[in-house]
Design a binder for this molecule. Structure first.
Ligand SMILES: [Zn+2]
Ligand SMILES: [Zn+2]
Length: 276
C-alpha cells in the first residue's frame, strides 16, 4: 500500500525551452502540460550559454546566446507569477561543467536568483559526448577513454560545489556504448565524489527515449548511488511540451527498486524532502 496511495508531491526537475535551439514549444506550453499531468511544480532548466567557448553564440543549436539569459530568467519568473496558486514554476539552469572555466560559471550563477542548478558534463576531451554524431567518437577515440574521462570530470564537477543536482550520471551510454567493466572503479569514484559533495542526482527518463533505451542512471548504478546516501530528483529532460513528466511512472519505479524512499525539491537552492 505504499507509494501509489499517497498524495505524492509531483515534480519535474529538468525542462528546456526553445531558446536552446533544439527544443520546441513555448515555455508557457510546458507549464500547461505540467498542469495537465497534475504536477505540483516544474523547474525550467534550460542550457546555460556556452560560456567556455568563444563568441556571443558559440552554437545556436545547443544553447541560448549569452545575451538571451536575462530574457529567459524574466520569462520563467513571469510564468511563476501567472501560474501562482496552480503550479509552482521554478527558475533553474542546466549548467555545463567545463574544467578550467569554473570562475566564468560562478559569475553566471551569481547573476541570478536560481531555485536549482543542474550540473552536466557534456564536454569531454574537447568535444560533445552526447550531440548528434557523438556516438562515432566511441569508435574513433575508444569507449574506455571517453568513459574514463567523463567520470573524472563528473567527479570534479561534484567537488566544485557549484551544482545542486548532477544530471544523467551515465550519459556516455546514450548511443548504446555501455561502460566497459574496466571502468567500474572510475564509476565508483564518481559515486563517492557525489556523496562527499552532498550533491543530488537526477533519475531521468530521457535515456528511455534514446538508443540505449534505459533511464539515467542504470539500475545497478542508481542502487549504489542510493545506497551511498545520494538524494534524487525526478526529471524528464523535456525538450518539447509533450515530454513534460514523460516516463514518470517508469523512473519512480526505478527509484523505488533502487531503494530510494524520498525525492527532493528546491527553492532558492534550499532542498526539501518528499516521500516517494
Ligand atoms: Zn538539450
Ligand atoms: Zn544534459
Amino acid at each position: 500500500m505504499q507509494g501509489m496511495m499517497q498524495d505524492l508531491y509531483r515534480t519535474d526537475y529538468h525542462v528546456h525551452t526553445e531558446r536552446c535551439g533544439h527544443a520546441g514549444g513555448a515555455a508557457r506550453d510546458y507549464v500547461l502540460a505540467a498542469l495537465s499531468c497534475g504536477l505540483s511544480e516544474i523547474a525550467f532548466t534550460d542550457h546555460v550559454p556556452l560560456y567556455f567557448l568563444p563568441g556571443e553564440d558559440p552554437d545556436p543549436a545547443l544553447a541560448m546566446a549569452r545575451s538571451e539569459l536575462p530574457g529567459y530568467v524574466e520569462e520563467v519568473r513571469a510564468l511563476g507569477e501567472e501560474f501562482a496558486g496552480r503550479i509552482d514554476v521554478l527558475l533553474g539552469l542546466e549548467a555545463d561543467y567545463a574544467e578550467g572555466h569554473e570562475t566564468a560559471l560562478q559569475e553566471i550563477l551569481a547573476a541570478h536568483d536560481w531555485d536549482v542548478v543542474l550540473g552536466s558534463v557534456h564536454w569531454v576531451k574537447g568535444d560533445w559526448i552526447d550531440a548528434p554524431g557523438s556516438g562515432k567518437r566511441h569508435e574513433r577515440e575508444g569507449t574506455e577513454a571517453l568513459w574514463g574521462e567523463y567520470y573524472r570530470l563528473l567527479g570534479k564537477a561534484a567537488a566544485t560545489g557549484l551544482f545542486d543536482v548532477l544530471t544523467h550520471f551515465d550519459l556516455p551510454k546514450k548511443f548504446g556504448h555501455r561502460m566497459p567493466a574496466s571502468l567500474a572503479r572510475a564509476e565508483a569514484e564518481a559515486v563517492a565524489a557525489a556523496r562527499a559533495a552532498g550533491v543530488a542526482i537526477e533519475v531521468s527518463s530521457a535515456g528511455l527515449r534514446k538508443a540505449v533505451k534505459e533511464e539515467y542512471p542504470a539500475p545497478l548504478l542508481l542502487k549504489s548511488l542510493v545506497a551511498a546516501g545520494v538524494p534524487i530528483v525526478l526529471s524528464s529532460d523535456a525538450h518539447a511540451p509533450a515530454e513534460v513528466a514523460w516516463g514518470r511512472a517508469e523512473i519512480i519505479a526505478a527509484a523505488r527498486t533502487a531503494g530510494a524512499r524520498e525525492h527532493l525539491s528546491f527553492r532558492k537552492r534550499e532542498r526539501r524532502r518528499h516521500p516517494l
